[in-house]
Design a protein around this ligand. Structure first.
Ligand code: FBP
Length: 547
């Protein structure tokens, strides 16, 4: 296989570990924990894994350790650093005993249920150290939630003599990891389950989990190209760039990129929801920035839009809900109607408020809303071209203002969507180190007999040697939420906090960034060079952790 020069040099990078993990460790146990909310309900659902103490690993003497077999699963969307979680886990269990074995389940949780696996040997692991992607074993979105699946999984676990399973995933996958841990504990199967916090979206974090892995690299990758676009648009001075950024619901990625590049506009979905802004409010806000810049002779700029925006606009949320319902019941009749008549058919059948909003949407977006449904009958919001929706509506508003003499300028939009470009980038030093430490920590949790824990590495804005490694009971992160009409125990999703330091910093600067051309050009991720360039954590982490 041909490799790039960077790939070859990068393979030799030795990820930095917290000082405490460099030699033998002992587990220091803290106080018993409680779930963040709904304590009684969560305790009743997780009698074996509720209330366990926090764990911190400190330097100590390790007794001789028997060889163990461990299974690992990558779950959900790719995030840079997954291969380093696996290599950290591999090195950890090998250090405990060189005869330990690691099995990877293929293409996500489905691999466990379908008994699709491969042993991860030294040679395989070495091929993937410090690389992006999840291709070492592949990933998938099968949900592990049913007893039959747990039992099918147990069959192969028994066959391979696996003592512990490590599930690398986001909030839902870690919720399921906890349910699985509880199930195996209740059955006395002697199988431990450990989770690792993954997602570029950055929405799996809390007091004990400072960040999910992949967020750092993905944001730096997007910020690099947004910076390049900004330099281009500041050179030609003729385009407005509407840039949609991944992040299924939370706006952490858009906010972090804004803090890195200082664009003219960044929309934060959580603020739109809190202020109950309508689509027209969002459009008016952007159009006003465009008009003000035009008045100063600047017919160019950048607008960052979080992927999940549509669902945070209360009126759009209501429209989507009614459309989902309506099409679930009238889908066949709708499909039989002539394409040219479909828009009117929907307008005629919706309630007055939703019909008016639907009628105001540009043709293309209206079609996307009525056509693209997932297997559960929901609109696939990530397929909606919000960047085009907004620019088209801004353009219409500016045209109206022009007639009224309120706007003089030229508006030429360009559109971009950055998502997949960042999910498999070669992990930054931060993610390479953080992920390796998370994997290594998972091996120590296994060695200490823990189950139902998430691997945790804290103090991450300090040099890696000072990071604090340990485990957090997953039940501690849970609350009860309504999902598909039923109350379920789930890990709380961390949306952008409007009273948090990152948003406050952005809010304090955005007026100036709108007016001035205050662009920052972060440049590409650097893997070799001065530590202040190569090891810098995200702005989000720096602001959140600043004491
Ligand atoms: P996870 O939550 O599983 O980490 O995935 C996040 C994400 O990358 C979102 O940002 C995006 O909306 C979604 O996955 C895209 O999913 P898919 O890979 O199935 O197209």
């Amino acid at each position: 296989m041909t490799k790039s020069a960077l790939q070859i040099a990068r393979a030799a990078y030795q990820p930095k570990l917290p000082q405490a993990l460099k030699g033998a460790v002992v587990a220091k146990e803290g106080e018993p924990t409680q779930s963040v909310a709904d304590q009684e309900a969560i305790k009743a659902l997780f009698p074996n894994t509720y209330g366990m103490p926090l764990i911190q690993f400190v330097e100590g003497e390790a007794p001789a350790f028997p060889a163990i077999n461990v299974g690992v699963i990558l779950s959900g969307g790719q995030a840079p650093g997954g291969h380093n979680v696996i290599s950290g886990l591999f090195d950890g269990i090998k250090k405990l005993n060189k005869d330990s074995k690691l099995y990877g389940f293929i293409l996500g949780p489905g691999g466990l249920v379908d008994h699709n696996y491969k042993e991860l040997t030294d040679e395989i692991i070495d091929e993937y150290r410090n690389t992006g992607g999840f291709d070492i074993i592949g990933s998938g979105r099968t949900k592990l939630e049913k007893e039959e699946q747990f039992e099918k999984g147990y069959e192969i676990i028994k066959e391979l003599g696996i003592k512990a399973l490590v599930i690398i995933g986001g909030d839902d996958s870690n919720t399921n990891a906890c349910v699985l841990a509880e199930y195996y504990a209740a059955k006395n199967y002697g199988v431990q389950v450990i989770g690792c916090p993954k997602t570029i979206d950055g929405d799996l974090k809390n007091e004990m989990i400072e960040t999910s892995f992949g967020f750092d690299t993905a944001c730096k990758t997007y910020a690099e190209v947004i910076g390049n676009i900004q330099r281009d648009c500041n050179s030609a001075r003729k385009y407005w760039h509407f840039i949609k950024l991944m992040g299924r619901s939370a706006s952490h990625i858009a906010l972090e990129c804004a803090l890195q590049v200082q664009p003219n506009v960044c929309i934060v979905s959580e603020e739109v929801e809190q202020k109950e802004m309508s689509l027209d409010d969002v459009v008016t806000y952007i159009a006003q920035v465009v008009a003000d810049r035009a008045a100063a002779g600047n017919n160019f700029g950048t607008v960052l839009i979080p992927e999940g925006l549509i669902e945070f606009i209360p009126a759009m949320k209501r429209l989507i809900a009614e459309l989902n319902d309506f099409l679930a019941h009238n889908g066949e009749e709708f499909a039989a109607i002539d394409k040219a008549e479909q828009r009117q058919y929907i307008i005629d059948h919706l309630t007055a408020e939703n019909a008016a909003i639907y009628a105001s949407l540009p043709e293309g977006v209206a079609r996307q809303l009525s056509l693209d449904r997932d297997p559960h009958g929901n609109v696939q919001v990530s397929l909606i071209e919000t960047e085009k929706l907004l620019s088209e509506m801004v353009s219409n508003k500016l045209a109206a203002w022009k007639k009224e003499g309120k706007y003089v300028g030229k508006f030429a939009p360009q559109h971009h969507f950055f998502g997949y470009e960042g999910r498999c980038a070669a992990p930054s030093n931060f993610d390479a180190d953080y992920c390796y430490s998370l994997g290594y920590t998972a091996s120590m949790l296994i060695a200490n007999g823990k189950t139902g824990y998430m691997s945790s590495v804290r103090n991450t804005t300090a040099p890696a040697a000072e990071w604090i490694a340990g485990g957090v009971p997953i039940t501690m992160m849970m609350n009860m939420e309504r999902r598909h009409g039923e109350m379920k125990p789930v890990i709380q999703k961390a949306l952008v906090k409007l009273d948090g330091a990152p948003f406050k910093k952005f809010a304090a600067c955005r007026e100036e960034w709108a007016k001035e051309t205050a662009y920052v050009y972060p440049g590409p991720i650097q893997y070799f060079g001065p530590t202040e360039v190569c090891d810098e954590p995200t702005k989000t982490l720096q602001l959140e952790q600043a004491k």
